[in-house]
Structures are given as structure tokens and as C-alpha cells.
Ligand binder design. Structure first.
Ligand SMILES: [Zn+2]
Length: 263
């Protein structure tokens, strides 16, 4: 670069001399070109080096994006994260205080009672399951989805007042899957739309037990797992965890507790 500058200086001197001598605009134009040439090529060099730098930056950006995706995946699989579809909620693992899902959507079809809400991903999967159930001639009805911690509190105190504490159907506030927006209670008009064990004797209950995993749902409180889950058998309660995990749990015949403890 130094050499170029010296060369430029010489050229500039010659150029000035020529200007003085000839005063010709053609010469000015020619000389302007030759003077600007080295500076242009240095600019080109700079630009191309900037391009290299910027492509380095792009690569770095790609790498950090990959890192972000990895981190997101890890976070997503974090069963302690209240907002993860994999979250483990039971009497020992409470949701974070005041957790309210931000992607609740309303479900207005095949309801036993008032409209219910679920997180959007779970609602979409539920919709697909209901459609296929209907196509199989089943009468599936939805009973209960998302519950705020306040309504869970009311349910719980009513349950404790009638049954006392211990293993029962209603979870203390902060420990109910219904507060995640990922759980759904399903019944059938064949048993008067109740939530009772005899649901597993209906076609609806049996179909759900054998097919829910294909849509990402698990029968969360199976028979003979009461000591592990802390809940009585609930053939009507299904929890969304995504197809991959639901299928693994179904095939291995294990609960979420056993899955995470075995990891
Ligand atoms: Zn339930």
C-alpha cells in the first residue's frame, strides 16, 4: 500500500504539471482515471475483505442460531419448566407460582358443560383425535380442560371437605395438570357424561386408551400406578406431551414419573 501511495504522489505531480502545461480537459479526464485507479482497487480490496468478514459474521450467526435452537430444545425438554409441554406436575413438582399459559384457545365443540380452554398445540391435537374418534363412530365428549389456580383451589377445598386429604382425584392448587392447559377430561354420553372408572368399559374409553398416544396424549393416571403418580386411576384424564414422548410412554407402559426418574 505504501508503494501505491508513493506512486500516486508521483502521478499527481505529473498530473499537475500536465495541467499547467496543457490545460486540456481531455488530459484531466484521463489523469483523473489513472489517479483514481489504485484507490479504487484498494477500495475493492477493502470491500472484498469486508465481504469475507461479513461472511464470517454470517457463519458465526448461523452457529449461534444453532446454539439457540439447541438451547431451545433443551429448555423444551425441561420437565421443570412450567411452560414446557413436557412439564412434570404432581404433588412433589409444583408449577411456578402464578403460572398462566399464554397460548390458551377456546374449544367449543362436543362439550359436557361450558366452553373449555387448552394450550393451542394440545387443542389442535385434541381436535384431530376427536375427528378420528367421530369417524370411528365414537361419542367422545369433553368435560374439563384448563383450570385457573383459583378454580383448582375451590375444587380442592371442596374435595378435602368431603373426602379428606391423601390420594384422591383433585390436586392441590399448583399441582394439577389442568393448570398447565395440557390436560383434558374426556367422557361419553354412554355413561351419562360422568367421570368414572366405568369409562374404561366403553368403546370410547378403550379407543382413547389405545390410540391417544398417536395424537400426543397419554392416559396420565393408569391403573396400578397410584403410588407412583399419587392419583387414583382416571381413565378419563389425558395429558398432552407430544406424539414422540406419548408413544414411548405408551409402548413402555410407564408413567411420566417413571420416565423422568429413569432418565
Ligand atoms: Zn383431569
Amino acid at each position: 500500500m505504501k508503494k501505491l501511495k508513493v506512486k500516486n504522489k508521483k502521478r499527481f505531480t505529473i498530473f499537475l504539471a500536465l495541467m499547467l502545461l496543457a490545460g486540456s480537459s481531455t488530459v484531466v479526464a484521463l489523469e483523473k482515471n489513472s489517479i483514481s485507479k489504485p484507490s479504487t482497487s484498494s477500495k475493492e480490496l477493502k470491500e472484498s475483505s469486508e465481504k469475507v468478514n461479513s461472511s464470517d459474521k454470517t457463519n458465526n450467526k448461523d452457529n449461534s442460531n444453532n446454539e439457540d435452537i439447541k438451547k431451545q430444545l433443551l429448555d423444551q425438554y425441561n420437565y421443570k419448566d412450567s411452560n414446557s409441554i413436557f412439564v412434570l406436575v404432581n404433588k412433589e413438582n409444583k408449577l411456578e407460582d402464578g403460572y398462566i399459559p399464554t397460548d390458551l384457545v377456546e374449544i367449543n365443540y362436543n362439550l359436557v358443560n361450558k366452553p373449555i380452554q387448552m394450550r393451542s398445540e394440545a387443542a389442535e391435537a385434541l381436535n384431530n383425535m376427536m375427528v378420528e374418534g367421530k369417524a370411528n363412530g365414537l361419542s367422545l365428549l369433553l368435560s374439563s380442560g384448563y383450570r385457573s389456580s383459583d378454580s383448582q383451589e375451590t375444587l380442592y377445598s371442596d374435595e378435602v371437605a368431603t373426602r379428606g386429604e391423601g390420594i384422591n382425584y383433585v390436586a392441590p392448587p399448583g399441582t394439577s395438570e389442568h393448570e398447565t392447559g395440557l390436560a383434558i377430561d374426556i367422557t361419553s354420553n354412554k355413561i351419562g357424561c360422568k367421570l368414572e372408572d366405568i369409562f374404561d368399559t366403553t368403546e370410547e374409553g378403550q379407543w382413547l386408551r389405545d390410540n391417544a398416544h398417536r395424537f400426543g396424549f397419554i392416559l396420565r393416571y393408569p391403573k396400578d400406578k397410584e403410588e407412583i403418580t399419587g392419583y387414583l386411576y382416571e381413565p378419563w384424564h389425558f395429558r398432552y406431551v407430544g406424539v414422540e414422548l406419548a408413544t414411548e410412554l405408551y409402548e413402555r407402559g410407564i408413567t411420566l414419573e417413571e420416565y423422568y426418574e429413569g432418565e
